[in-house]
Design a protein around this ligand. Structure first.
Ligand code: NAP
Length: 322
């Protein structure tokens, strides 16, 4: 039986990845900042709360990281922990940079000295590319991040490639574009607009206030993206992969689709400059052909299909909560 450690297991991707690894027969260790503050709801939602083993871990403390690696001797570590909100990174630039880079450095050094056969997956992000001249984005596209979050992920991306090339470690970047699911935190755009739109339908909110709806992004479905994450560490060579849908869609088309589905009046959508980001990328989409060809990852969902799943899941759970 293989053992995998998933850092940041309590977020969106962690529970889906844990469920996939359990289905594949892994022993799954999930690390959390503290037991007391961990929200077990996402594990319960997927029915895995009694099948994963949780460990408290401060990723900023290298001795702590070494302790976990020596205790479990994992074949694979999936590093998902991060301050992952682009918006929040403008309010907390130094905290975001500091956590998102030091945590990766501690994992890399601990693996190098104490467990060089452990494979490491690093959750990199399309936000590293930022303002690009050519699309679709591929792994060779020059990076020009435009947020502290993007900069932090770029720094870690290159630490991963440097450790792979310099010390021969099996360490890989999965460069994921936006992906959504029912387990997304409420502060992220897609989850928020679906929840707010349902609240309008239920008479609990009178309008949907949003930021810049002209921007276009490449959105996908989280439970499918975690399959690619797993495949990256199963490939026979350590490498970096772009994981995306390959298409962009405007935030306006998304919001209007949700409103149409719920039978709401589009006049209730209000764009407010206060929610515009200081430095926004107009459009971004990637090229997933390497992941499809090399890893055999299959993905062909349109984002409207994903929205149908998310709206229905949110409505079902809204009914149960009543
Ligand atoms: P998420 O829902 O925000 O989860 C992030 C996880 O990191 C949570 O478990 C969180 O723990 C933990 N974390 C945050 N700050 C921490 C800190 N200071 N110390 C320890 N743990 C901390 O993110 P996700 O959507 O699952 O994404 C997983 C990874 O992929 C992240 O690294 C993210 O940046 C990256 N990524 C995500 C996307 C996307 O569209 N979802 C796209 C590209 C890359 P708490 O629950 O205690 O806060």
């Amino acid at each position: 039986m293989k053992t995998a450690v998933i850092t940041g297991i309590s977020g969106q991707d962690g529970p889906y990845l844990a469920r996939l690894l359990l289905e594949k027969g892994y022993k799954v260790i999930g690390t959390v900042r503290s037991y007391r503050c961990t929200n077990n709801k996402n594990f319960e939602y997927l029915g895995i709360e009694n099948r994963i083993h949780l460990e408290e871990l401060d990723l900023l403390d290298m001795a702590n990281v070494i302790r976990i690696i020596q205790k479990y001797k994992p074949e694979e570590i999936y590093n998902l922990a991060a301050q992952s909100s682009v918006g929040l990174s403008f309010d907390q630039p130094l905290g975001t940079f500091s956590f998102n880079t030091t945590s990766v450095n501690n994992l890399l050094e601990s693996i190098r000295f104490f467990s060089p056969n452990t494979k490491l997956y690093q959750a990199s992000s399309s936000e590293m590319y930022g303002r690009v001249e050519k699309m679709p984005i591929s792994i060779d596209t020059p990076m020009h991040p435009v947020s502290p979050y993007g900069v932090s992920k770029m720094a870690s991306y290159f630490m991963i490639t440097t450790y792979r090339e310099s010390y021969g470690l099996f360490v890989c970047n999965g460069v994921l574009f936006n992906h959504e699911s029912y387990l997304r935190s409420n502060n992220f755009f897609i989850k928020k607009i679906i929840r707010d739109s349902i609240a309008i339908k239920n008479g609990k909110l009178d309008k949907l206030v949003v930021g810049n709806l002209n921007v276009k992004r490449d959105f996908g479905y989280a439970p499918k993206y975690v399959e690619a994450i797993w495949k990256i560490l199963q490939y026979d060579q350590a490498d970096d992969f772009i994981i995306c849908s390959g298409k962009s869609i405007s935030l306006r088309d998304i919001v209007e689709y949700v409103f149409e589905k719920l039978g709401l009046d589009k006049g209730l959508i209000v764009e407010n400059q206060e929610f515009f980001r200081p430095n926004e990328i107009d459009e971004i989409y990637g090229d997933n052909s390497k992941a499809k060809e090399v890893l055999g990852w299959d993905y062909d969902m349109s984002f409207f299909q994903v929205l149908d799943i998310l709206i229905n899941e949110e409505l079902d759970n809204d009914l149960h909560e009543k």
